[in-house]
Design a protein around this ligand. Sequence first.
Ligand code: NAD
Ligand code: DAU
Length: 332
Amino acid sequence: MMRILVTGGAGFIGSNFVHHVIEHSDHHVTVLDKLTYAGNRASLAGLPESRVEFVQGDIADHPVVDALMSRADAVVHFAAESHNDNSLDDPRPFLETNLIGTYTLLEAARRHDVRFHHISTDEVYGDLALDDPDRFTEATPYNPSSPYSATKAGSDLLVRAWVRSFGLRATLSNCSNNYGPRQHVEKFIPRQITNVLRGVRPRLYGTGENVRDWIHADDHSSAVLAILERGALGETYLIGADGERSNVAVVRLILELMGQDPDAYDLVTDRAGHDRRYAIDATKLRRELGWEPRYRDFRDGLDATIGWYRAHEDWWGPAKDATEAFYASRGQ
Ligand code: NAD
Ligand code: DAU
């Protein structure tokens, strides 16, 4: 049994991880979350109070972080500003949370000798050509494109430096695009599902040919738990489930599953610096830790996700109008 501090545990993947840990282990969890626009206390509803404690606070707030770290065995660090489009509009919060916040956690973990797992993204590797036969591996050089991915790359390098210079007991993981319940409506899949639910046509950036490598958030969680419990210290693991799809293919499938004409979408202004394709080779994770994804059928996983958004307008409705106003101001 470990006492795990989970930063960003009220966000999309962090909350999924907390649910996963409670269901599949006997660990105790303390969530530290600032509850920014992306955090939602309701995402942790129904979890046993005896096993999950919630603390509202900033990962860049040294006294708060130090106190929590002093009574943790491990920290799993999800908290981040996570949306590329926001980072193009105002990069500053990305530097504050993703860099200074991570630095604050690293120093506290070093002081209290706490096992550290850092959650990162495949975006640190930049992008691939649509027809490139290669995929990202742990050896791919860093080449981030956006303010978001540059700060995530910076945070990864800080963790690696703390391992090498201070002997921090840390692992890192870089995962591909997640989908599933409780994802903010600013992100691609929930935006399109909730648009259709509101009678609005989905919006594809540019030509819609960009490719993302989709994994269910619960599979990301099982991989992180495996790395935390059995991963080799100092190592990086790529997490992915062989889920490459073009954006237009995903939109057409959403429309079909929701009983609409698959061509009933609009092409809108492209994202500046839009990465063309991400693709993960997760051989190391599979071979060394024996991890396998549970959600192998994207159509089924997407259908269940659509069902979740249909049933939970109370969760996503309050954020929808402000999110769409932001996109409208950008011609998207
Ligand atoms: P999210 O935006 O849904 O959630 C982020 C959470 O962090 C929110 O609850 C927010 O309140 C909290 N937070 C933000 N700033 C904070 C601060 N200063 N102090 C404390 N809490 C703060 O993000 P997500 O999509 O769940 O991503 C979680 C992590 O996974 C991020 O590190 C992201 O880079 C990484 N990741 C995401 C994906 C993806 O597809 N979404 C893929 C790979 C990696
Ligand atoms: O690859 C992992 C990354 O995946 C994570 O690090 C990020 O935190 C997460 O947000 C995600 O980044 P993307 O930029 O790939 O995700 P997003 O949901 O913003 O967009 C997915 C794709 O869909 C991308 O090619 C842009 C496109 N898109 C997005 C929106 C919101 C559209 O075509 N239309 C849209 O309305």
